[in-house]
Ligand binder design. Structure first.
Ligand code: ZN
Length: 212
């Protein structure tokens, strides 16, 4: 059962106008995002697959995983993709005090900054796409660009078949869409089937894949 729709409804976007749900562009561009990495075996496969299509993407990484796999994290940066903060412990914002949540976010920011070159606006995606108003307000105050999505692939859900996962993406993604995939073992069955097909499908239609 899909509780959250694969395509984010317009009214949800209107309720939270300070978050980035999709990119307003007049170019044929799509924004792929990969959450929860870096992950052994999966991330490098994702990087290779993207490279084959000259596609750039954005990786929302878990601080604890960056610490465990710094070489894989470095590979993401070296390949020219964007990096976003996804907390240190993949926290459920609504279950934690804002103070605790921020400690986790800032711990990750410190780790990311050790690798970061340049001064791009920091990106943040809340785990589960949910956090308290207070938490999002504070993130915006700190200058974070909060990235949600307009297309959810449901790649992590084992009850969703490879074909259904592909259909979640191609039936909903359009110019300027931000699509969520997962750089994780859990999602790997669907991801390995769907990602090359999505890259092929939109490349044939003249789209380019850009990092945020
Ligand atoms: Zn996540």
């Amino acid at each position: 059962m899909q509780i959250i729709p694969a395509k984010t409804p317009g009214f949800v976007k209107t309720l939270f106008p300070n978050f980035v749900w999709n990119i307003n562009t007049d170019k044929k561009e799509i924004y792929l995002t990969f959450d929860d990495g870096p992950t052994v075996e999966i991330t490098d496969w994702v990087l290779q697959t993207l490279k084959g299509f000259e596609a750039k993407a954005t990786f929302f990484c878990i601080g604890n995983n960056i610490e465990k796999y710094p070489e894989i994290f470095q590979n993401i940066i070296t390949e020219g993709h964007s990096i976003g903060n996804h907390t240190y412990n993949h926290l459920k914002g609504w279950k934690h005090k804002t103070k605790v949540y921020f400690k986790d976010v800032l711990k990750t920011e410190k780790i990311i900054n050790k690798f970061k070159t340049g001064t791009s606006t920091p990106l943040f995606r809340p785990p589960y796409g949910k956090f308290k108003n207070k938490q999002s307000k504070k993130l915006l105050e700190l200058g974070y660009r909060i990235i949600l999505w307009d297309v959810l692939s449901y790649d992590w859900d084992k009850s969703v078949s490879e074909e259904a996962c592909l259909n979640n993406v191609v039936s909903a993604a359009k110019q300027g869409s931000i699509i969520v995939f997962h750089d994780s073992i859990k999602a790997s069955r669907n991801l390995k089937y769907v990602l090359p097909k999505v890259l092929e499908y939109y490349t044939e239609k003249g789209y380019k894949f850009k990092a945020l």
